[in-house]
Design a binder for this molecule. Structure first.
Ligand SMILES: Cc1ncc(COP(=O)(O)O)c(C=O)c1O
Length: 408
């Protein structure tokens, strides 16, 4: 019997994309841990807190009440109403039902918006360091990422001048992510307003405001882009979700608010792919958005203490590792340029931030993500949302590993 198998052939669209580097690092750390190494992962982009009990209870009650069937593609009326209330309460933004959609994570919202609007040659401006998925999503959707790298003195933030220089007649989107993963940069209202002023001259450019880290701000004040620029409201897609704020990453529930034509197109895509987000997660998200918010203050205080703990220990890793005190999100974006060219104790010369991250994984049993994944090297990203004890141990191990490096 002749058995033939199809030669592996992927679409050109997929051939452009790379697997998520953060996922790859977490996977490597999990493998080492399974082999018995005492690995501590600073690679995870999620809180270690449990989803609050009142949210869990709402989901359990929804299941018991039979809310286990398909819902409207863009979300239940209850969830869309809760999202609308949240946007008014926290952001002074008013959206009606046709301007809101819920989906399987903020990630799906970003992806669907890009897929719904990009044609070959369309450009999307992203600021490095950027969240790993933006550029690959743009590529999969057929567009061209245009990466802008702000000067270090601009604290990793886009300025009107750098934005102006990146805009072309092909620009379709500007992606803004404040607070930023991985840099923790937070834009002030004035900074956002200045960017919005530049866009007055580019009426075809849309703005994707990824607000997913809104609740994790330690210094300064979060402001959503559409809030500061009334003239941009109808070409801004505000994206958010419950993953980071309420420790609900596994529930896969995100949402977007923007012009009805775009929301309708995103719903069409969703109707032909994943349909509605999980009905039970939607019930949980209603409880998250409408329920008590006071516990977030305590979470913020704990995260802030962890940030400061990590910074105080890692100060001893200088000059190999140096970093700013980020005002928001739960990451440190550490400059490791001094490590490049140094030798590890076994004599290996490090050429890239990936080499340095691999050295930390194998020599210190600490997983971090190389900055090259975020479009700005040589850096490593350290996520500090883990218990104080494990964080302390991980940082001490990093300091020891840095001290063991030798100048080539
Ligand atoms: C900047 C940014 N946007 C969006 C997401 C996706 O979040 P969700 O879990 O809602 O898909 C993440 C997750 O890491 C993120 O860091």
């Amino acid at each position: 019997m002749l058995i033939s198998s199809a030669a592996p052939r992927l679409s050109q669209r997929l051939a452009m994309a790379r697997p998520s580097a953060t996922g790859a690092m977490s996977e490597a750390a999990r493998r080492l841990a399974a082999e018995g190494s005492p690995v501590i992962s600073l690679a995870e982009g999620e809180l270690d807190f449990d989803t609050p009990a009142h949210i869990q209870r709402a989901a359990i009650q929804a299941m018991a009440a039979g809310e286990t069937r398909y819902t409207s593609v863009a979300g239940t009326p209850q969830l869309k109403a809760a999202i609308a209330r949240k946007l008014v309460r926290d952001n002074a933004l008013h959206y009606d039902d046709a301007e809101i959609i819920a989906g399987t994570g903020a990630k799906q919202m970003l992806f669907n918006a890009l897929l719904a609007t990009l044609d070959a040659g369309d450009e999307v401006i992203v600021t490095a360091p950027y969240w790993v998925s933006y550029s690959d999503m743009v590529l999969i959707a057929g567009g061209t990422p245009v990466v802008v790298t702000p000067a270090p003195s601009d604290e990793f933030k886009l300025t009107p001048a750098t934005l102006r220089a990146a805009l072309t007649p092909r620009t379709r989107w500007l992606v803004l992510n404040s607070p930023c993963n991985p840099s923790g940069a937070l834009y002030s209202a004035d900074e956002l307003r200045a960017l919005a002023e530049v866009l007055r001259g580019y009426p075809d450019v849309l703005v994707m405001s990824d607000d997913i880290y809104e609740e994790i701000v330690f210094e300064g004040e979060f402001v959503s882009f559409a809030q500061v620029a009334a003239h941009m409201r109808d070409r801004t897609l505000t994206i958010n979700g419950v993953s980071k704020a309420y420790a609900m990453t596994g529930w896969r529930l995100g949402y977007a608010a923007g012009p009805a034509w775009l929301i309708k197109a995103m719903a069409l895509l969703q109707s032909q792919s994943t349909s509605n987000p999980c009905a039970i997660s939607q019930a949980g998200a209603v409880a998250a958005l409408d329920g008590p918010q006071a516990f977030l203050d305590e979470w913020r205080a704990r995260l802030r203490a962890r940030r400061d703990l990590a910074l105080s220990i890692l100060a001893d890793a200088a000059p190999v590792l140096t970093m700013r005190r980020p005002p928001a999100a739960f990451y440190l974006y550490a400059d490791c340029r001094t490590a490049i060219g140094m030798r590890t104790p076994d004599g290996t010369r490090m050429e890239t931030d990936t080499d340095f991250a691999m050295y930390l994984l194998h020599a210190a049993n600490v997983a971090v993500v190389p900055g090259s994944a975020f479009g700005l090297a040589p850096y490593v990203r350290l996520a500090y949302a883990l218990s104080d004890d494990r964080l302390r141990t991980a940082c001490e191990r990093i300091v020891t590993a840095c001290a063991a490096l030798e100048r080539a």
